[in-house]
Ligand binder design. Structure first.
Ligand SMILES: [Zn+2]
Length: 406
């Protein structure tokens, strides 16, 4: 405690002359610049941080500077009963902010990742830490492209993905203004690797499409995308409470090269029964799974599961995929062949199927379609606009009306 206050008084005195030297990473340089808040770690007890440049660690509520200097050597930051420990010193706070003119390296377990921008560390109600990287939107897109597009693919696919990812990120941002963060860095958002995940070609695609996003009817498009549609993209209204002409689904003849275009997977009925039981569905040992209804894209709307006692359960196809595991049951478009205590699923595609088919974009780029032609194909009727242009700031584009909840 004592040391904390001494530090902040001392630091506050020095700070007046020092302030101008530090690049304050979270303050927009122009009104058009946008910053996204990415939850890079959740529910952790401690992490190690290192900054090879000038830094400042502060209490964002009072603006008190806790620590600052020219280099922050690898130090543990941990949740403690009375607040947050930085090294050996306990600060009676539930939030600290780190800014630097260089990258911030976060070590967790054996991995380390470098992040541009500012890092906020919150001590949450569960007594554990939430780590948020606030980063300029263009830099965020640099940090996710590498995970979304194979490095062997044409540059045009990187451009397509940069625009789709940027659009989707803006869509998330306008919906999460009241929350602590806009996106996470796991598979449920877009995998974000920070500066560590940046590559030459992905950065080139971000620069060459700088600021470009998709609008439909003067609103930011919920630009969903997926790995492989398997022949037909999905109508978004089958999955979420959204009904938009660019997301009604389309024939795709371009993803046949995908290893997920057709797949086969064997399942043990007992495993599936246990997963259904764990999700509150009372069903015994499975005798048969039959498709009751498919939608216009061929994906399964309803399944019927019969157990050996004759009990019948009806479950939505999209729910069944979530229960089995979306990476195990790759898509919601398959045939089932029962094999005694096992069954085989013969499927098409990987992912929910809405919007851009990434392997299809690759197929189109090989046939020399441009990024705008590819985007128009998967999101028909959209307009590609620059969110950093004055038009965006001055028109209704700046405040798109929120879409209905998903
Ligand atoms: Zn496709």
């Amino acid at each position: 405690m004592t040391r904390f206050f001494k530090n902040s008084i001392l630091a506050g005195a020095i700070f007046c002359s020092f302030k101008l030297l530090v690049v304050s990473a979270a303050v927009p340089e122009s009104p058009q610049q946008k910053f996204i808040r990415v939850a890079v770690l959740r529910h952790v007890d401690k992490l190690n941080i290192e900054i090879r440049g000038r830094y400042e660690i502060s209490d964002p509520k009072t603006q008190d500077i806790l620590l600052q200097g020219r280099r922050f050597r690898r130090t543990s930051i941990a949740a403690s009963p009375g607040g947050i420990n930085i090294g050996q010193v306990e600060y009676p706070l539930d939030q600290v902010k780190l800014v630097s003119n260089k990258d911030v390296t976060v070590h967790i377990g054996k991995k380390d990742k470098r992040f541009r921008g500012a890092i906020d560390i919150f001590k949450e109600k569960d007594g554990r830490l939430l780590v948020i990287n606030t980063v300029e939107l263009e830099d965020y897109i640099r940090g996710i492209l590498y995970h979304e597009v194979s490095h062997r693919w044409p540059l045009e696919v990187f451009k397509v993905q940069a625009i789709a990812a940027r659009t989707y990120a803006l869509y998330r941002m306008e919906r999460s203004a009241k929350q602590k963060y806009d996106v996470t860095n796991d598979i449920y958002s877009q995998v974000y690797g920070g500066r560590s995940a940046e590559r030459y070609r992905s950065n080139l695609a971000v620069d060459q499409t700088k600021g470009l996003v998709m609008f439909y009817n003067k609103k930011i498009l919920p630009a969903y995308f997926h790995a492989t549609c398997g022949g037909t993209t999905e109508d978004v209204s089958e999955l979420w409470k959204l009904d938009l002409p660019p997301l009604k689904g389309n024939i795709c003849e371009f993803c046949k090269k995908s290893p997920h275009y057709r797949w086969k997977k064997n399942f043990r009925s007992k495993d599936i029964q246990e997963k259904l039981n764990a999700h509150g569905h009372a069903i015994g040992l499975i005798q048969e799974i039959a498709v009751l209804e498919r939608n216009a894209s061929g994906r399964i709307r309803r399944l019927q599961i019969k157990d050996r006692s004759g009990q019948v359960l009806t479950v939505a196809g999209k729910d069944f995929r979530e229960i089995v595991g979306p990476n195990v049951l790759k898509s919601n478009n398959y045939e089932i062949v029962m094999q005694g205590y096992y069954f085989d699923a013969y499927g098409r595609g990987w992912g929910h199927g809405v919007g851009l088919c990434q392997w299809g974009a690759y197929g189109m780029a090989l046939k020399k379609y441009s990024y705008s032609e590819i985007l128009q194909y998967y999101y028909p009727g959209i307009a590609i606009v620059d969110y950093q242009s004055p038009e965006f700031a001055d028109s209704s584009f700046a405040q798109p009306k929120p879409l209905p909840a998903e």
